[in-house]
Design a protein around this ligand. Sequence first.
Ligand code: NAP
Length: 268
Amino acid sequence: MARAIKDGLVTREELFIVSKLWNTFHDAERVEPIVKKQLADWGLEYFDLYLIHFPVALEWVDPAVRYPPGWHYEGDEIRPSKATIQETWGALEALVAAGLTKSIGISNFQGQLIYDLLRSAKIRPATLQIEHHPYLVQQELLNLAKHEGIAVTAYSSFGPASFKQFNMEHAAKLTPLIEDETIQKIAAKYNRDPSQVLLRWATQRGLAIIPKSTREPIMASNFASIDFDLSEEDIATISGFNRGIRFNQPSNVRSTIPFPSTTPIHLL
Ligand SMILES: NC(=O)c1ccc[n+]([C@@H]2O[C@H](COP(=O)([O-])OP(=O)(O)OC[C@H]3O[C@@H](n4cnc5c(N)ncnc54)[C@H](OP(=O)(O)O)[C@@H]3O)[C@@H](O)[C@H]2O)c1
């Protein structure tokens, strides 16, 4: 991207570049140094949007020792940090003041924590990035975000597809949404690909989408998902797939988490 800007293919202003703060950098004093490293790695001077990746604070890992640090401190051990969301958010607000990012937001937060954050935030989160697909519709969370003026971005718009690489049993057991008969029937009606129907369902629900692909024709197809409209009835049919299935959550890391509870944690 830095090369494209340097070669004049695009200007920096034409791009909207988003990055995220990983869990091991939640302690306030760790935030600015890691953002500066990320910017240096990208060859950029600022991000347009910078998000807290998960509302989970883990012990700092020196980037000189391991980068990216991942979930585990050593072996399968996960070490929490004491940083609160308020502390981390304050450090993100300082990034805006320092010109290192234009705006800040959150990811994988649920309602209660959003309300808690809003109580002390001087800058309100611009966006909330969440896992969102027909198996995880989250209407109440969308209502809350709308009411609070927080734009919502969907990731994993195709459901289980992006989690199969992690050998998740429940991802493998579910019908891939792109292959689902009902989604395929709706797609045929509009002369579109099932993937475009899934993306349009999300944008018609008011979300931004960020599908990724390494294949150019697929990128073009994903881009071309907003020039048709699904009927209200088809939107409702797709929303009816909801099973509250979330793939991306900390309890999936299956480790010995030293929180004061023996029950599985469902932080998200
Ligand atoms: N905030 C978070 O916690 C979080 C978590 C996960 C992802 N994200 C973000 O979300 C964005 C998307 O990532 P994702 O994991 O959700 O991936 P995704 O968009 O669900 O895509 C998953 C895979 O599906 C394939 N694909 C994409 N479009 C397709 C289409 N039209 N038809 C068939 N296959 C298609 C791609 O493979 P090919 O390359 O082979 O085409 C891609 O690797 C990324 O920017 C990522 O950073 C955020």
